[in-house]
Design a protein around this ligand. Structure first.
Ligand SMILES: *Cc1c(COP(=O)(O)O)cnc(C)c1O
Length: 419
């Protein structure tokens, strides 16, 4: 008797919740499921930045009181970002975002380290275009480009990586969490392998920061990229970790700011915003990851229950908690995205930079996914705006849109009495 009572009690509570006005209103609101593309600026971040658009406008290189005040704010921001990465203060360099940090790492290392006999650059085919573009640029400058093989689960093949990373390599770059599928790459092992062979190692941790433990004291990467707008800071700010003693060729030339690694008057407001966002992300990490994991699990479970043939990429391996990449055979991502948008649900096909173009995701293709399945991929990425009500609504709408896309009748409803 007692065993039967518990679920009934739970069902009642859930029904009650579902009939509340707040819940019904939440079901009508537009749903943002694209946190891997960008996130809203957090009010705390905005507040921290505000004074630097007003009275605290000084140039950190100036000697006077305005300058000194800006310098103090910048130094503090650097210290706080460093603390979030397990780094020393002088190992953090502020940039305009993930793309610049990725370019600075790959091209900066390649240009400063290239010598006869050490002219290869290693990366993976699932990287963000910022890394792939930098690797191709190195190629145009004479580098031999080597992309590592992937498993069908969208994880780097460690043995293949070991074979590519020899003493003829300047730098290897492998992302920590893939932005389309969410799979976690074995960065500890890869960085150690590169390290043993005297090869510099960069990791794009844009999607990993705030989700996984990142500790520069524990993992031997030489460079690490983070981006502000993926963690609640504005677009156009980021940072790169450069391990002490590692020389890189700057992308820009001019002043001596940031030890010459990044000349140009520092964006103090952005540095302060990034520091605040990074601290908040870390403070909330454990709880937020639990929340997102259970929301995503429920979303995937409910979609699979109604559309059993749906393919959830990387589901068999470790993934960061905020990304779900789903392909339903017989559908096509462009029209599904439009149909979802009409229902007020914002998702993306792979990465944001690719949406609008019909080419299938380079990530899924590189992992051996069939072209028709790759062409059907929908990325749903969860974050601060994702609520229980949002997941309920997506779990309800998505299967209905799938049936419509395939020309199937809507899910059967009980016949009205007497009909
Ligand atoms: C968004 C993103 C970038 C680019 O960062 P920006 O700050 O937008 O330039 C790089 N790598 C990954 C994995 C990303 O998700």
């Amino acid at each position: 008797m007692r065993a039967g009572r518990v679920p009934r009690l739970r069902r009642d509570t859930h029904a009650e919740k579902k009939s509340s006005l707040r819940y019904i209103l939440a079901m009508l609101e537009p749903i943002y499921l694209d946190h891997a593309a960008t996130t809203p600026v957090r009010p705390e971040v905005r507040e921290a930045m505000e004074p630097f658009f007003g009275p605290r406008f000084g140039n950190p290189s100036s000697m006077h009181r305005w300058g000194r005040e800006a310098r103090v704010a910048l130094d503090e921001a650097r210290e706080r970002v460093a603390a979030c990465l397990g780094a020393r203060t002088d190992e953090v360099c502020f940039t305009s975002g993930g793309t610049e940090s990725d370019n600075l790492a790959v091209l900066g290392a390649w240009r400063s380290r290239r010598v006869a006999g050490r002219n290869a650059v290693v990366s993976t085919p699932i990287e963000h275009k910022a890394v792939l573009g930098a690797v191709h640029q190195a190629g145009r400058e004479g580098a031999e480009e080597r992309l590592c093989a992937m498993t069908s689960d969208c994880v780097v093949d460690i043995d293949a990586f070991g074979q590519l990373v020899g003493e003829d390599v300047t730098i290897a770059s492998v992302m920590w969490v893939n932005n389309e599928v969410g799979t976690i790459q074995p960065i500890g092992e890869l960085a150690a392998t590169a390290n043993e062979r005297g090869v510099l190692f960069h990791t794009d941790a844009v999607q990993a920061f705030g989700k996984l433990t990142i500790d520069a004291a524990a993992v031997p990467f030489d460079f690490l990229t983070i981006s502000g707008h993926k963690i609640g800071a504005p677009k156009g700010c980021g940072a790169i970790f450069v391990r002490r003693g590692t020389v890189i060729e700057p992308l820009f030339h001019g002043g001596t700011q940031d030890r010459g690694r990044r000349p140009g008057t520092e964006n103090v407001a952005m540095a302060v915003g990034l520091a605040r966002a990074a601290e908040l992300a870390l403070a909330e990490r454990t709880e937020e990851c639990h929340r997102l994991t259970s929301l995503r699990e429920r979303l995937e479970r409910e979609i699979l229950e109604q559309v059993p043939e749906a393919v959830i990429h990387g589901r068999a391996v470790r993934r960061a908690p905020h990304i779900s990449s789903i392909s339903v055979p017989g559908t096509e991502s462009e029209s599904m995205l439009m149909a979802l948008d009409l229902q007020g649900i914002a998702c993306s096909a792979g990465s944001a930079c690719q949406s609008g173009s019909v080419t299938p995701s380079h990530v899924l293709t590189a992992c051996g996914v069939r072209p028709d399945i790759a062409n059907a991929a929908i990325r749903m990425s969860l974050g601060s705006l994702t609520t229980d009500a949002a997941i309920d609504r997506v779990a309800q709408v998505f299967p209905a849109l799938v049936r419509k896309a395939r020309g199937q009748p809507p899910a059967s409803r009980p016949e009205p009495v007497g009909a």
